[in-house]
Write a protein that binds this ligand. Structure first.
Ligand code: SF4
Length: 229
């Protein structure tokens, strides 16, 4: 499996924000979000091919109980099931960060589902050559529902860049079953403290009205937009 980085940090997003965790970032993605903050795992994938036991061994080198498998898109990796099984055999909690466009019943504890809204479509980047494929794949309601139905726990994390995004979020939620408002997280899009603060101000007000959770990007606030954090 191609891996761009393995590092130890604190979870910056979601229900487990602040929990010390080992991050395994796979390299490669089926989407091309215009604002992707990990282009080295999507637009220009970098990394090294590692065997599953090697990845699990490196994870075990840290004294952590939580692992976050992220990307890129982990769920498109043919060996993702083997990786999850190897990590679970060490008794660790797995959060799977996924855009929820591909499902398979792999072992995990928290499915962190981040369906991509229309604000993600790269209409102009690289001449718009990825826009049609991204638009076709970015939202798959049936797959999101499979994750909700088959995961021990889940969260629905939406990346928000404009107040108009709320219309699409309600359209998506209206097609899904088995969620409650506290499973829904709204996270500002942004990779600097100023943007996160400006957007966070009005997004948190929406959360107060809707009963959704506000999702900070703690790692950006603590470390800036740097790899390995
Ligand atoms: S799904 Fe995630 S990794 Fe893939 S392009 Fe979008 S933000 Fe980047």
């Amino acid at each position: 499996m191609k891996i761009s980085e393995i590092f130890y940090s604190v979870q910056g997003e979601g229900k487990l924000v602040g929990v010390p965790s080992v991050f395994v970032r796979v390299s490669g993605c089926n989407l091309r979000c215009v604002w992707c903050d990990t282009p080295y795992a999507s637009w220009e994938p970098e990394g090294e091919e590692l065997q599953i036991d090697k990845i699990a061994g490196r994870v075990g080198d840290f004294s952590a109980g939580h692992v976050v498998i992220t990307g890129g898109e982990p769920m498109i990796m043919p060996e993702i099931g083997q990786l999850c099984t190897a990590i679970k055999s060490r008794g660790m909690h797995i959060t799977m960060e996924t855009a929820a466009t591909v499902f398979s019943p792999v072992e995990m504890d928290l499915a962190s589902l981040s369906p991509k809204l229309a604000n993600s479509t790269p209409l102009e980047r690289e001449g718009g050559r990825f826009a049609a494929a991204h638009e076709r794949q970015r939202m798959n309601i049936a797959v999101i529902q499979q994750f909700i139905d088959h995961s021990p726990d889940f969260q629905l994390k939406f990346v928000v860049s404009g107040e108009g995004d709320l219309v699409e979020i309600h359209q998506v939620l209206g097609q899904l079953r088995g969620w409650k408002a506290s499973d829904v997280l709204l996270m500002p899009e942004g990779i600097d403290v100023g943007t996160l603060g400006e957007r966070g101000a009005w997004i948190s007000e929406i959360c107060k009205c809707e009963g959704f959770r506000f999702c900070p990007r703690l790692h950006v606030l603590l470390y800036g937009n740097r790899r390995g954090t």
